[in-house]
Design a binder for this molecule. Structure first.
Ligand SMILES: *Cc1c(COP(=O)(O)O)cnc(C)c1O
Length: 392
């Protein structure tokens, strides 16, 4: 008989009852070092007092009002995101897929408003992940995820990642924009070459295209900058973010420059829950932590420690690990063909949570507040798991 909870996930037999910082504890008292963060989402750790206090204070005032009225918490969060980024204006939603949909809509509408009604196609990349809605599935073009959900939403042209020539060739008079992750997450922690990103900016400028980043996973400080594209020094036109923004509370956002944002006039887009006072209280509390002086530099430094440790393990276990790659606290370990599931189970047995990604990669995305000692402890556990897998 089908479970009451629809079986859309293969779930591990773990129930977490309590969390503190980088640690999660099961009902039967087992402690896990959480280097998965609920897929890069628990950005400021579990049981974060500052976030909990901000949410509970808001709950006691008004949990939900409506976008029919002014929401000061949303106005404040938007202003802070604008001040900290390239953007002039922010739209709030509730998830990553929804933020990507908003980014797609804003690009198409800007072209349409300019009288270029035929310019509605967006160039996207192989290995991308943009969420599970019909448009974002088509944008990412993963055949497996699309299977049985046709007809495919029109308007996306896919090319290989990190291949500027392929992008150039894919541009047609119908192209309005380019959309990509600065570090592909689900696709296997694949960072874009910084020169590729600079080349994309140049191509976009030459052809009058909009450049949009899906920063749902790699954004909100994950790589040691507020947004991962910042490593390339370029400025996008629009970006989508979500996962880490609420520290675990559901919230997503579309950040845009004025020349794009001005096209989403009243009636063009919306969301009942988007920018809800409680979600924005969570977002503001998370920003208090991320934007504190030195915090993001600390993330970059801890990312280097994790990366250096993983590189040593690749050298020590060449039969188990092929390579490591990533940026900041978004690191992947590519396992030998057919061993990534075995490795993930071995890590769980050592009390370390990770997340599988494409391309046989195991993803390590700890809360950004992780300590150096906890990174060292994680490396000890990864080493122990690798030794077991190597002996099998
Ligand atoms: C997780 C993810 C999404 C989808 O986010 P949801 O909140 O699950 O809808 C979109 N893009 C990227 C890069 C992601 O990692």
């Amino acid at each position: 008989m089908i479970p009451a909870l629809m079986p859309t996930y293969n779930r591990a037999e773990l129930v977490f009852e309590h969390g503190e910082g980088v640690w999660l504890q099961t009902a039967d008292g087992r402690r896990f070092l959480d280097f998965g963060s609920g897929i890069a989402t628990s950005s400021v750790g579990h049981g974060n007092r500052h976030v909990i206090e901000a949410i509970t204070a808001q709950l006691g005032k008004v949990l939900h009002s409506s976008n029919l009225y002014r929401i000061p918490q949303a106005e404040r969060l938007a202003k802070r995101l604008v001040d900290a980024s390239f953007a002039d204006s922010v739209f709030f939603c509730n998830s990553g897929a929804e933020a990507d949909e908003g980014m797609i809509k804003i690009m198409r509408r800007a072209a349409w408003d300019a009288g270029q009604h035929e310019r509605n196609r967006i160039i996207t990349f192989e290995g991308a992940f943009h969420g599970r809605t019909l448009a974002t599935l088509s944008a990412a073009g993963n055949a497996h995820y699309l299977e049985g959900f046709g007809p495919k939403a029109e308007g996306f042209d896919q090319v290989p990642y990190n291949d500027l020539e392929a992008v150039r060739k894919a541009i047609t008079p119908q192209t309005c924009g380019i959309m990509l992750e600065a570090v592909q997450g689900e696709g296997g922690i694949r960072p874009a070459d910084l020169d590729f990103l600079r080349g994309l900016r140049q191509l976009a400028d030459e052809h009058g295209l909009m450049l949009g980043f899906d920063e749902v996973q790699c954004g909100m400080g994950r790589t040691g900058k507020l947004f991962a594209f910042e490593w390339s020094g370029i400025t996008p036109d629009v970006c989508a973010t979500a996962k880490g923004l609420g520290g675990g509370f559901p919230i997503g956002a579309v950040l845009a420059r004025e020349n794009l944002a001005k096209h989403l006039v009243p009636g063009t887009h919306g969301s009942t829950f988007g920018g809800n006072p409680t979600a924005c209280a969570a977002g503001n509390a998370v920003l208090d932590i991320l934007l504190a002086p030195g915090f993001l530099d600390g993330v970059a430094h801890k990312g280097e420690l994790l990366s250096a440790g993983l590189q040593k393990l690749v050298a020590e276990f060449p039969k188990v690990f092929l390579l490591t790659r990533g940026r900041g606290l978004m690191q992947g370990l590519k396992c030998a063909t057919g061993t990534s599931m075995q490795m993930q189970r071995a890590l769980e047995a050592e009390g370390l949570l990770s997340v599988a990604a494409g391309d046989e990669v195991i993803r390590f995305v700890p809360p950004l507040v992780v300590g150096e000692a906890e990174i060292a402890e994680a490396l000890v556990r990864i080493r122990a798991a690798a030794a077991k897998v190597a002996a099998q």
